[in-house]
Write a protein that binds this ligand. Sequence first.
Ligand code: ATP
Ligand code: MG
Length: 295
Amino acid sequence: MKYSDMFKIKPGSSVRLDRIDPGFKDKHEDQASALDEIEKYAHRLREQQYLLYAENKRSLLIILQAMDAGGKDGTINHVLGSMNPQGTRVYGFKAPSAEEASHDFLWRIHQAAPHRGQVAIFNRSHYEDVLVSRVHNLVPKKVWSKRFDQINDFEKNLVENGTHILKFYLHISEDEQLRRFRQRIDDPARQWKISESDYMERERWDDYTKAFEEAMNKCSSKHAPWFVIPANHKWFRNLAVSQIVAETLESLKIEFPEPTVDIKEMKKKYHKAEEEEAAKRAKKADGKNSKKGKK
Ligand code: ATP
Ligand code: MG
């Protein structure tokens, strides 16, 4: 099954998150039964990222958004884990600094956009400016409501300049979030991740859901689609995101650039002895084969 068709928010549609099962795992029983596929896409991702880097003409921007503990970090780890760090970058967007806040909300985002040949992942993004800003009334409605069009224009500009954009909402249930908070509390290696504000934001689950739905409905476009990824099962989330990213890159039909030198000439010039040796060996092998053929 193509997850890009399954999970894409059709432009102009009205997604309802409560109608999408966060525990969906397709035909797979568990992680073990999906392992072959997970590895297959990790491999394809690696190949495609290498091509993108070598071609050095286009770029890929992956945007990750989710409720707290939705799995952004884990997804980054998995997707980038199969790529060559050279040619990839991760940006985490926190509350804007004083300088960032004194510019328009897209200023800091544009600076982090990937350059040619690069894969950039945004851990949170300009969508916070229609999510947290809206839920907490950081700016009035007349300000944030104009941002959907501004975001669409901005993303279109990036796309027309050679950046491919994929946007993922990692969809977990409220119960799963609480379970993950509890895990963070219980596990000394994860306690640093939990904060009081995580529980406070959780109380605004419905407000965030409404804000996410509107953002995805208004800003899922043909050129920069939103995907809602069932994410209660971490391994399924990784599989679905890797498949969509790998297949998107494959659809670009990226090829290695032509060599900048004449390869034949280079061989003659710098590898003369090896070339002559190889020619001799080939001739010998040919002779043996033709004798065998006569027998
Ligand atoms: P985790 O999910 O693992 O806890 P995180 O992404 O939540 O990681 P934090 O440092 O806990 O990282 O949170 C970053 C905070 O920055 C979030 O509360 C987010 O809402 C806030 N933030 C990001 N962008 C903006 C913005 N444009 N305006 C206001 N707040 C923002
Ligand atoms: Mg947090």
